[in-house]
Write a protein that binds this ligand. Structure first.
Ligand SMILES: *Cc1c(COP(=O)(O)O)cnc(C)c1O
Length: 246
């Protein structure tokens, strides 16, 4: 009996179909916004799915994967290394990080999307220094106006970015935001515009750590609007891997 290539729980054909649809929608949104799909990194948020699901996505051209917890990210990046560990893919930590997990992320992640406090920056810089690496980061901004989400207040963002110039083992490549969950994605367009404006109005001339070209925004329910507003990194879970059972 030959071994199946992927575990039976993963429907590879359905995943390929979803990816085809996502790519068509990305291309259409790019066309509307006069942008090139090549300027957009599709991060497949594989949280709660087995590594096998990411392997299938990789066979269909996805090489960036997102996890929202340090434990599963470390496990997956140990089994299938990202670029930092010598591999050909990239692991993105997209969720809130507690300081006591900073070491795991510095040792396993390629990109961190949720830098949101002075103490976390200090800890990550220290750990990255010990690893003799520079960690590419997004600073997370609280754009939804809701209570429950993480991230810096928009008004504090520039001041926070200024403080990062003392942390040479961090490299801030952009801002990240989570928009509100709404039925009509048009409703969150102003939130994406806010994130873009905060990036565009930051004066980085005196800050070697912060050089922001990127915007990590747009999830399964709102990515087309995010593209129209300048997203460079889409974080798509459900739209690629299907519904999560939690
Ligand atoms: C889960 C998650 C996503 C992906 O969510 P979908 O709605 O499934 O696309 C994106 N970003 C973060 C921070 C997440 O935790």
């Amino acid at each position: 009996m030959s071994q199946p290539k992927t575990s039976p729980s993963i429907d590879a054909a359905a995943l390929a179909d979803r990816l085809r649809t996502v790519r068509e929608r990305i291309e259409a949104a790019c066309a509307r916004a006069n942008r090139s799909p090549e300027d957009i990194t599709l991060v497949g948020v594989s949280k709660t799915f087995p590594l096998e699901a990411s392997r299938v996505a990789f066979e269909h051209g996805i090489s960036d994967f997102g996890e929202n917890r340090a434990g599963p990210l470390s496990e997956k990046a140990t089994a299938w290394p990202g670029e930092y560990l010598g591999g050909e893919i990239r692991w993105h930590m997209v969720g809130h990080l507690q300081r006591n997990k900073a070491k795991d992320i510095v040792e396993h992640a390629d990109v961190f999307h949720a830098l949101d406090s002075p103490r976390l920056a200090k800890e990550l810089n220290k750990r990255a220094g010990r690893e003799e690496r520079v960690l590419p980061c997004f600073v997370q901004v609280h754009i939804s106006g809701e209570e429950s989400k993480y991230g810096l207040d928009p008004e504090e963002t520039h001041e926070y970015l200024d403080t990062l110039k003392d942390f040479p083992h961090l490299h801030v490549i952009g801002l990240m935001g989570l928009a509100s969950f709404v039925d009509d994605p048009e409703d969150v367009r102003p939130q994406f515009q806010l994130l873009r404006e905060l990036r565009d109005t930051y004066d980085d001339s005196d800050n070697p750590v912060v050089k922001m070209n990127a915007l990590s925004m747009g999830m399964s329910n709102d990515f087309e609007v995010a593209i129209e507003e300048g997203a460079t990194h889409l974080r798509l879970g459900t739209a690629i891997f299907g519904p999560r059972d939690y």
